[in-house]
Ligand binder design. Structure first.
Ligand code: HEC
Length: 292
């Protein structure tokens, strides 16, 4: 015969188990499972109603069953259900009823005269043990099939999230412009990589020139700015007015302002460097030694 467990505890614990599983295992799956969603709330209301009905039926069955028992059994059952709910629960958890009702078994091993007490395991221990089995089963399968606590999936999710954040940041972050940009030594290395990706097809990896002019000499076809660094930035941004082969990388949106700042810092650096490439394209444009 079952002990009566008060309805509020039953409802409360069942709901907690359901909400807990929703939160841990289904959260990443579907928006419907978010607790505040109307469908979820409706679902909980229905569950509470069902639990109340179940509790009611259980009580009825309990009363009916007791009618058919012998006087002695009835006494035992009623004794077990004596007192308020908390004291019943206490007795239930710590096996108090069983201890009182049954004699402790003893196992005699015979040969050494030692007698072993064969106590029942406490109910709380057994339940905890069952709970760990249930938990590990759920955990194991959810680990295999859901996103829940799978390190690879977690990594992927947070990686994609970060990429998205970077994209948003880059879209709204202020980009370098001709007016505000200036030579920065710490950007040279990044600029080198970007130069090799975007410019080396026409200017060669070392900037010594092929289709485009040599960028490491003092000869310039285009002088749109008074400052060397700004001149480079401006040409990369606007392209060359004289020759459309040198296109407007910045204006067209092909390369962002911050990246042009890196590239321009690199071009400025290789132009100012004392050591020049051995093989180079012959000079084009005017020789300019003094920029201000
Ligand atoms: C498709 C080929 C091509 C690519 C790619 C290219 N350039 Fe050019 N570049 C040219 C040509 C051609 C000129 C000469 C323009 C002229 O005659 O006015 C030029 C001129 C320049 C100048 C001015 C040189 C001068 O003497 O006036 C700079 C600075 C420059 N390019 C930098 C770059 C950078 C930095 C990149 C990469 C972002 C790049 N270019 C990519 C072909 C290219």
């Amino acid at each position: 015969m079952k002990y009566k467990i008060s309805s509020f505890i039953m409802i409360f614990s069942s709901l907690s188990v359901i909400i807990f599983s929703f939160y841990t295992f289904l959260k990443s799956y579907n928006k419907i499972f978010y607790i505040k969603h109307p469908i979820t709330i409706l679902f909980f209301i229905v569950i509470v109603l069902l639990l109340i009905i179940l509790e009611f039926i259980n009580n009825l069955i309990f009363k009916k069953k007791i009618e058919f028992l012998s006087e002695n059994d009835k006494k035992i059952i009623l004794e077990k259900n004596e007192g308020n709910y908390l004291s019943i629960l206490y007795r239930f958890i710590f096996n108090y009823n069983n201890k009182k009702l049954e004699k402790v078994k003893k196992i005699d091993h015979g040969f050494d005269g030692i007698i072993e007490l064969d106590n029942d395991l406490p109910i709380w221990w057994i339940h905890l043990f069952l709970l760990t089995i249930i938990f590990s089963t759920i955990y194991f399968f959810s680990y295999l099939t859901l996103d829940f606590s799978n390190p690879y999936k977690e990594y992927k999710i947070s990686y994609e999230k970060q990429l998205k954040e970077i994209k948003i940041f880059e879209r709204y972050a202020p980009q370098a412009s001709l007016e505000k940009s200036f030579f920065k030594k710490n950007l040279i290395n990044d600029g080198k990589i970007l130069f090799e990706e975007n410019c080396s097809t026409c200017h060669r990896k070392d900037g010594s020139g092929s289709i485009g002019p040599n960028l490491t000499d003092d000869y310039w076809i285009n002088t749109v700015e008074k400052d060397l660094y700004k001149n480079i930035f401006s040409i990369v941004w606007n392209g060359s007015k004289k020759n459309p082969t040198m296109r407007a990388f910045g204006k067209s949106g092909e390369i962002k302002g911050n990246d042009i700042e890196k590239i321009s810092s690199y071009v400025y650096f290789i132009n100012k460097k004392k050591i020049k490439p051995n093989q180079k394209k012959s000079p084009q444009g005017k020789k300019i030694l003094k920029w201000n």
